[in-house]
Design a protein around this ligand. Structure first.
Ligand code: SAM
Length: 278
């Protein structure tokens, strides 16, 4: 029996399906590798829309999903859709599927287990397992690279007189994030070879505007295929505003942002601190 607490909220699929930037970007990336000689697998296929799309372009398409409610959608569409070549939906956990797999390897492995800065979803672990067990030599992982982008600024964490010093999704427009620096890439994760867990670093930022910095906006970009990049959208890996550990007044001199995080953990475990550049 599935633990329903662990299942992806079903209504979020409607929001993701309505997000045309997400849907079109992912379809464009899948099309880049389309070939009637090649095979495709999606790990965590949800409603199966991308697995079904791939079925029309590849010789074989497989979608693995642990939530029977969403998988039914893909199965129902597959039944009525003619022309879908060889499509197979598997109900189960992707980790179990990867562990037990001993069939023919795939040319393309896609997974949308994407979350802001890869903090929640297990994309890194799933894709490193897929790289070892499912991918043909010379095959493609989608995404292949994820970049973590940060920008320092000011955010009003007061709501009705109460300070909610917690992360906030930028797209909710609760309050406006005021940028005090340019955004910059602070880390790159090579999907397939990376190991999930603790990451830390320091990055220097030029100051754009003098002011009191108390927050960092985190943005995610996932490279799906050459020239096809999925930036965070409101429905997938949205931009998030995270409070700094200590607020700091910025003058015109560059500042260093020290950061620490734990991928595949929680947004609560991201720590940012500012210090002056020497
Ligand atoms: C971002 S959603 C979207 C997936 C799909 N591309 C779509 O368009 O519907 C990620 C999906 O991965 C599934 N998922 C998460 N962890 C999983 C796991 N360990 N095994 C199988 N499926 C998983 C969730 O149930 C969810 O449906």
């Amino acid at each position: 029996m599935q633990n329903r607490e662990l299942l992806f909220p079903i209504h979020e699929h409607a929001i993701m399906l309505a997000d045309s930037v997400r849907v079109q970007t992912i379809k464009r990336a899948i099309s880049c590798y389309a070939s009637s000689e090649s095979t495709f697998i999606e790990l965590g296929c949800g409603t199966g829309i991308f697995t079904l799309f791939a079925a029309g372009l590849f010789s074989r398409a497989v979608g693995v999903e642990r939530d029977p409610r969403t998988l039914k959608f893909g199965q129902a569409v597959a039944e009525i859709k003619s022309g879908a070549a060889d499509v197979e939906f598997v109900l189960g956990d992707v980790f179990d599927y990867i562990d037990c797999y001993d069939g023919p390897k795939f040319d393309v492995v896609f997974s949308e287990l994407l979350s802001p800065w890869l903090l929640r979803e297990p994309l890194i672990s799933v894709m490193s397992g897929a790289n070892r067990k499912l991918l043909k030599s010379g095959g493609k992982l989608l995404p292949s690279l994820v970049r973590l982008v940060a920008q320092i600024g000011t955010f009003d964490f007061q709501f009705s007189g109460i300070e909610l010093l917690s992360y906030h999704y930028d797209f909710l427009n609760a309050h406006r994030f005021q940028a005090l620096s340019l955004p910059r890439v602070i880390a790159e994760i090579t999907v397939g070879n990376a190991i999930a867990g603790r990451m830390e670093g320091a990055a220097e930022f030029d100051v754009l505007a003098v002011g009191e910095a108390n927050a960092v906006k985190i943005t995610t970009m996932a490279e799906l295929a050459p020239g096809v990049v999925l930036w965070g959208t409101p429905s997938i890996m949205p931009d998030v505003i995270v409070p700094l550990e200590l607020r700091q007044t910025l003058d015109n001199n560059p500042v260093i942002l020290d950061w620490k995080l734990e991928t595949e953990s929680s947004l609560e475990n991201v720590h940012f601190k500012l210090r002056r550049s020497k």
